[in-house]
Design a protein. Sequence first.
Length: 368
Amino acid sequence: MALYIGLMSGTSVDAIDAVLCNIDDTSSQPIQLIHSKSLAFPKVIQQQIHSLSNAEYTHDPIEEMALLDRELGELFAEAVDDLLKDSVHTKNEIRAIGSHGQTIRHRPDAYHPFTIQIGNPHSIAAQTGIATIADFRTRDMVYGGQGAPLVPAFHQAIFHDPAQDRIVVNLGGIANITYLATQGEVLGYDTGPANTLMDQWIARHQNKSYDQNGEWAQQGKVIPELLQDFLGDPYFTQAHPKSTGREHFNLNWLKQFAIDSYQPVDVQATLLELTAQTVAEAIQSHTQEGKVILCGGGAYNPVLQERLATKLTQFKIMSSQEFGIAPDWIEAMAFAWLAHRCLNNLSGNLPAVTGAQREVILGSIYPA
């Protein structure tokens, strides 16, 4: 038994997801989810992350980022402690923690591409007494990759079926797909916004953190001309490998479309349709039938599921829950798996996905 903990906080910035996994590459089930727990971000921390991630940030970013980095490190460590308290396992049994951290800037198209995740791994290792693996994205970028998405390699390990095409769709803040063909290379990339624009829009108009079950969007009507304006963004037709984030898709992005001239509820409906259409078109560009496996928070949105089903009539759409893993935990499990890969000197990226020149070992090791 080789036990690892995976920590994930995504672009939605709602909580830290923590999982305890058993990883055995020789088994027919290479990774088993043993226990999981989520630690909600305090509102003040959530607001600080959103502020620091804002492209128009005008305060003292260096000092505030450094302070938040340490504070998040302690929160990630707290998530580990909470996870183990509810488990029969102790820290001495854990080989390592794989911590993604919190992305505050992702610039794969900069002159010198870079990505920044905070959540100080030294703090995690010191506070938990467990070796921590972090900084998974930078090495891929140094070798010419996007540094994202990294989860497709994990999707391949747990979902690939040699008899049928499968497409894994992660509906987090940003949507990304992994195309698992029966044979050949794995492909994967960010298709565009999933929940991030809808979350920001409902927060602005209804002071809610997200549109539960898509209920507000369902009350509105899609605005065809606005949807076409959204789809005119060059990102949607950009060839993969590609990745994106809140740096691009945010309220400032929406402002260019004069959205205040429309009913807010109709804008929400149009944003949901944007997610459904861009995901569906990306899938159909690779295959015309197969299984679509949904994970991430958007997998719980029945309205989004229905719109995807309407557009993907030749596909069977299902939740990762049908494979025994709740949609919430897939990404955290992926970083436990990547920590395992790092400690065993195994590559963690897929060049066909990220665009890197070659496979490389991902992550830096922070001893306890």
